[in-house]
Design a protein around this ligand. Sequence first.
Ligand code: DOR
Length: 435
Amino acid sequence: MKLLLTGARVIDPAQKIDAKMDVLVENGKIAKIGTGPFSTAKTKDAGKIKIIDLTDMIICPGLIDMHTHLREPGQEYKETVASGAKAAVAGGFSSIACMPNTDPINDNRSITEFVKRKAVEANLANVYPIGAISRQSAGEQLTEFWDLKEAGIVALSDDGKPVMDAALMRHALEYGHSLSLPIISHCEDTNLSAGGLMNEGYYSTILGLGGIPVSAEEVMVSRDILIAEFTRTGIHIAHVSTEGSVRLIREAKKRGLKVTAETAPHYFTLTDESLQTYNTSLKVNPPLRSAEDIKAIKEGLADGTLDAIASDHAPHARTDKELEFEYAANGISGLETSLALSLRLVNDGVLTWPELIAKMSTNPAQILNLPKGTIAAGADADITVIDPQLKWTVDVKTFYSKGKNSPFHGWEMKGKAILTIVGGEIKYALPSLNL
Ligand code: DOR
């Protein structure tokens, strides 16, 4: 199918494009992008081309969520590859990278191949598995990096759990580097976080909930930067939540180290003050922090310290969340609110549009070495179309994700993905578009 997308503002940070242009999609690829030749295409082939008028909309490279939890295999009642991929395209993501903390853990090629097969069957978003650093993510023995790479992983992480053994992390960085596999670190010193349920501070004290100090994250960020430095490799820091982590990453970058980092929308949107409701949909790891941390994260996003925004989509069932705070699972179902929450950064003047698109597409593609993140002629036709003015209300009942665990239920949002194209095919279109 040929598609001609006309009239929109096209933003592609990889090509430094931010202008009104047309985009022609043919055979799954971007055939042309520009202004000139499209009028002829329109008239000559009009019958064979589906022309979509996108006046007042934004066209950008398909968004990439580099940190998603799908629950298949093992916990399909929380999310399957198919339900997660459906939530992804509905949220504007043409590609997602999924963490290995399934059951069993993705620590061997048969699980990687299984997830990939499920993704092909779902035929929605591109799904890139991330393999475990250690067997069963137990932090003791490295997995077979080469075998996992051959099976199709794009990075390695024990996310959900930290790699507590510094020597194991050293070997992971060295071995991963030799195979061009990025290592994604869940930074948490479990001795410091032990017994913690929320950010350690004023609110944990008055609520009587065990605290997780910012240092639980920061000592590990610091350690991993040091190990990356002495091994002359690189490291990607997942879900940054504290002011100190932002500072450490900023300093490391200034010293020329290959450190990249992401944060998630809840870490620049909500503080630990909100936990006074004891609402378990606010329980997440790392925990929601303070207003000062949010300020630092926004500064880190604005000055480029934080390269990416990832959803950390962590779907859970009601039975995992409707429990006493202590027993409730950690995580927020984020794929369908991530873009709108991130757009608030643009509306509030923290980021420009191109900066936001870079953090949600161009940079994740670069960090994971994916041949994505641009709509240059010849590239795969992965495209997200955003209506920047569309007002909507978050309603978890309408989520495609099985995970309805969102603290943003009922929030008024401005801006939404209205069309997600993957490999030249429309995988999601807002029903009112009548496509
Ligand atoms: O809140 C979280 N949920 N943090 C993690 O690190 C893991 C994730 C999950 O898998 O549910």
